[in-house]
Design a protein around this ligand. Structure first.
Ligand SMILES: Cc1cc2nc3c(=O)[nH]c(=O)nc-3n(C[C@H](O)[C@H](O)[C@H](O)COP(=O)(O)OP(=O)(O)OC[C@H]3O[C@@H](n4cnc5c(N)ncnc54)[C@H](O)[C@@H]3O)c2cc1C
Length: 592
């Protein structure tokens, strides 16, 4: 059976050594000192390791069942939900006006990491509810906020996001679900949504569906979409539950992974719904919460990598096969542990460096979201918008890759169900697809984000990297291992951006054919930037006399590995980008 140890120390390193959060000027961050975050993470870690992790295999084996219109979640999920609700984890970063605890989003991201690593399928119920509440918090009327938010944050009700329909996922302008205005100010919602996560479940008393639909007579395509709130049970004026609404689960999807999370067909048969925000501005409402939603999917990527890595490492220390070619390491045993072999070490270090780099990048992203929300910092808002498709696309691709690498560490055992690695592979795969496929993330990156503010935000990213390199120019310990490779990789990214500007003008396919490589090139530079900063933070801690030298030294060595073995990929991505549209577009579609 797989195991999971919450990596509280690694998280603390990112929060305090790297990001120095308690020194930040962002309102609310002064509370995040080492002791406080440690206490919160320890508590969250207990639930993650003792409650959620043991249910991960159960959820995978049992899956969800649809019985008489009700979805039964796997055994133990209801109890776990209750414990999460009682612990106040659902509303950790929500406004105290609606029953939340008012903590920064960063802290919610850190606890979310622990829950998601332990049980991604379970945490999706929490994450989607949180997402629905966030949309209502920004765009809902006061009455909608008062009606729904306290119930979602207390865990009494869950929430869902209903975008996808059978004929459209990416191209939402095609949606057919309609919302007809009624005399009482409500709308009658009719249509079918598919693949709705947690669309029906037995965890809570009510389900708050946020639904994209079109009001007849509105503009065509994406501009005619509005957002509606459609509760499973109508809510009486006193807040009690009333009649069942005309929204039902028509079926559950059989799927590759995340079996513990119900993926539902949802039928709306004239269900009563209420407009959220302004008519025809539904997509804009979705966009305002997209950064947060996509960051949480980026997190899912590296969290599955984290738990897979932990189990691969344990295996590599125990499994005895072959001898170290440079000299026997385990003379009393029949063979050496496989961690002595360079190829196994390469495999483990790829995993470790991607996971720890991914964590740093996502937490930096969470600080930018906090700065934009809590301090109205427009530069932070622009930077996170630029980075979000990189984080979502790159980290979920790398997260999946990490689970496969970890599976490989276990040899045949990785392929068996007993060791649990194959579940991590299957669960990690979805993060590359939903919340906008990774291909679509790359189009968003080059089509919308790269040119945003006339390219100023991209320049600001380059300036950050350049500034760090300059500031540490005289630091010999960082120079060859970190600063030089970061400078070279950053140059590759600049050359790619330049190529898009020049050649993309001539033929848009020159840019579109290289978008995916650009997302990965950018991802590598971003992780390289994180590793260079983490190496500096670790070196500073050692210079200041930190007692745990192995821990900090391990950060430096892992970073050195990343810079030497992962970062050079930027050259390959640049070469692919510069090959342009010709190799991609020449073959006639009929001849594939
Ligand atoms: C388990 C699961 C849970 C989900 N949960 C939810 C949920 O809670 N709520 C919800 O609303 N939806 C949910 N979804 C739907 C999910 O968001 C969509 O599947 C996803 O956005 C992709 O849409 P699609 O499957 O229709 O693919 P399509 O849009 O049909 O795309 C197919 C392929 O074509 C590519 N493609 C499409 N258009 C372009 C283009 N213009 N340029 C280049 N490439 C393009 C895509 O990248 C993709 O590879 C879920 C899906 C799954 C499988």
């Amino acid at each position: 059976m797989p195991t999971y140890t919450p990596p509280v120390k690694d998280i603390q390193f990112v929060l305090h050594d790297l990001l120095k959060v308690s020194e930040s000027k962002t309102p609310g961050y002064d509370e995040l000192d080492r002791d406080f975050t440690n206490a919160v993470l320890e508590e969250a870690g207990k639930i993650a390791a003792n409650v959620l992790q043991p249910l991960n295999t159960v959820g995978d084996e049992q899956g969800c069942k649809l019985e008489n219109g009700v979805v039964r979640t796997p055994e133990g999920f209801q109890d776990a939900w209750k414990q999460m609700a009682e612990g106040g984890w659902m509303g950790l970063d929500a406004s105290p006006d609606y029953g939340g605890q008012g903590m920064p989003h960063l802290l919610n991201t850190a606890t979310g990491e622990l829950f998601s690593t332990a049980n991604m399928a379970f945490q999706m119920y929490v994450g989607l509810s949180h997402g629905a509440a966030s949309a209502l918090a920004v765009h809902g009327s006061d009455q909608q906020k008062e009606t729904y938010l306290p119930k979602i944050y207390s865990g009494e009700w869950t929430g869902t996001m209903n975008l996808t329909e059978p004929h459209c996922g990416t191209d939402l302008g095609l949606i057919r679900t309609k919302a007809e205005p009624q005399d009482d100010g409500s709308y009658a919602i009719t249509g079918q949504k598919i693949w709705i996560s947690g669309g029906e479940n037995d965890l809570a008393d009510n389900i708050v569906h946020l639904v994209l639909a079109k009001i007849p007579g509105g503009p065509d395509g994406i501009k005619g979409i509005s957002l509606f709130v459609v509760p499973k049970f109508l809510v009486n004026e006193d807040g009690s539950l009333g009649d069942r609404n005309a929204v039902t689960c028509g079926g559950l999807e059989e799927k590759m992974g995340i079996h513990g999370n119900a993926t539902c067909v949802m039928n709306y048969d004239g269900a009563k719904g209420w407009l959220v925000g302004t008519e025809h501005k539904g997509m804009r409402a979705m966009f305002t919460m997209m950064n947060e939603a996509r960051l949480s999917v980026a997190l899912q990527g590296y969290t599955q990598g984290e738990v897979a890595y932990q189990n691969a490492l344990g295996f590599a220390r125990d499994r005895l096969q072959g001898r170290d070619v440079t000299g026997v390491k385990n003379p009393d045993g029949p063979a050496d542990p496989i961690i002595v072999h360079p190829d196994v070490r390469r495999n483990l270090l790829d995993q470790k460096s991607l996971v720890e780099g991914g964590r740093a990048l996502v937490y930096w992203g969470a600080t930018l979201i906090d700065a934009s929300h809590r301090a109205n910092d427009e530069d932070a808002e622009a930077m996170i918008s630029l980075l979000i498709p990189v984080m979502k696309g790159f980290l979920t691709d790398k997260g999946f890759e990490t689970t496969v690498l970890a599976q490989q560490t276990l040899g045949g055992s990785g392929f068996t169900r007993e060791w649990g690695l194959e579940q991590f592979v299957r669960d990690a795969r979805i993060a590359m697809i939903y919340e906008g496929t990774n291909g679509i993330q790359s189009l968003d990156l080059i089509g919308r984000k790269l040119p945003q503010n006339g390219g100023k935000t991209m320049m600001a990213f380059f300036e950050l990297v350049k500034g760090f390199i300059k500031e540490n120019e005289g630091n010999e310990a960082l120079k060859t291992g970190f600063l030089d490779p970061l400078k070279a990789a950053s140059k590759d990214l600049q050359a790619a951006a330049m190529y898009f500007m020049q050649e993309g003008m001539k033929n848009p396919n020159n840019a579109l054919s290289g978008s995916y490589d650009f997302m990965h090139l950018f991802g590598h530079v971003a992780l390289g930037f994180m590793w260079a900063q983490m190496a500096k933070a670790a070196q500073d801690a050692l210079d200041a006399g930190a007692s745990d030298t192995d821990f900090y030294q391990s950060k430096i060595e892992t970073g050195r590995y990343y810079m030497a073995r992962q970062l050079p990929m930027t050259g390959t991505h640049l070469a692919r980008i510069q090959s342009g549209a010709e190799p991609v577009m020449t073959l006639d579609a009929a001849n594939f």
